[in-house]
Design a protein around this ligand. Structure first.
Ligand code: COA
Length: 249
């Protein structure tokens, strides 16, 4: 277990907090594995009513650790980042996210699989996959064009443009944008705690129904994206771009 993911259990609410502030909460292989295993346990535990995923009030996560991408790139769809994606995709309990500051790469794409997302208005979200010589992941190439239309999604995925929490709420990526990071975290917790008072069977069936229409197509797209992502990581374009980011340190 790594202390870079803090786990807290309060009544039926499990909170998972990214806790690697010196690296802007960038996610390592160990962090993905802990997140995946904990989500699987939460899914199986009848006493857990909801899961809250958060960073700090200053930063959500800078996405995948760039050093890991270069030194230990995921080699297949069982690798830790994909294990995490599967466990989030399969989680039957409601997952709530609280986002403040930067949410980069998987820090943005994971939000597409949460049920309720509270962001600070000035949060900075970005999917710089192309900029890093990579390609979209976690179903984002399917979900974003559907949500935003192709032309707007292209700005985010083909150009890797940054957008704010306020825009994320306007576009339906987030549930609500709040005035500060503290307010986003507080609202997300207040909402997540409500699931303790709701009928868990009804909540789970409702989530299942909301997700069932697209489930198989989404799984196929995630696999297709994943296979291409693994290939792209070995490409000269990605190696050059990732090495450039590392050399700026
Ligand atoms: N992987 C590894 N280290 C990372 C990281 C990442 N994804 N993101 C940030 N860090 C590290 C920086 O290298 C720096 O480390 P150092 O102090 O040892 O030099 C530290 O975190 C602080 O980062 P810094 O860039 O100075 O913070 P900032 O507040 O100016 O900017 C971000 C924050 C998140 C906007 C910026 O760090 C960033 O864009 N990171 C890269 C994100 C990325 O490309 N992720 C991969 C997506 S697929």
């Amino acid at each position: 277990m790594t202390d870079a993911i803090l786990q807290q259990r309060e009544r039926g609410l499990l909170t998972l907090q990214f806790n690697r502030p010196d690296k802007k909460n960038a996610l390592t292989r160990a962090m993905y594995t802990q997140l995946a295993e904990t989500l699987e346990q939460a899914d199986a535990d009848p006493a857990i009513s909801a899961v809250l995923i958060q960073g700090s009030h200053a930063c959500f996560t800078a996405g995948n650790d760039i050093g890991d991408f270069l030194e230990q790139p995921p080699s297949d769809l069982d690798s830790p980042p994909f294990h995490f994606m599967k466990s989030l995709l399969n989680c039957r309990k409601p997952v709530i996210a609280a986002v403040a500051g930067a949410a980069v790469g998987i820090g943005t794409t994971l939000l597409l699989h949460c049920d309720l997302v509270y962001v600070s208005r000035d949060a900075r979200l970005r999917m710089p996959f192309v900029n890093l010589g990579l390609c979209p992941e976690f179903g984002s190439s399917l979900i974003l064009p559907r949500l935003l239309g192709h032309a707007k999604a292209a700005e985010l995925l083909l150009l890797g443009e940054e957008f704010t929490g306020e825009q994320a709420a306007l576009w339906g990526i987030a549930t609500e944008a709040l005035g500060s990071g503290e307010a986003a975290l507080a609202k997300a917790r207040e909402i997540a705690e409500r699931f303790d008072t709701l009928a868990s069977g009804a909540v789970q069936v409702t989530k299942q129904l909301m997700k069932s229409v697209d489930r198989e197509q989404l799984r196929r797209v995630i696999e297709e994206e994943g296979a291409l992502f693994v290939q792209r990581l070995k490409s000269s374009e990605a190696i050059a771009a990732l090495s450039e980011v590392i050399s700026r340190k």
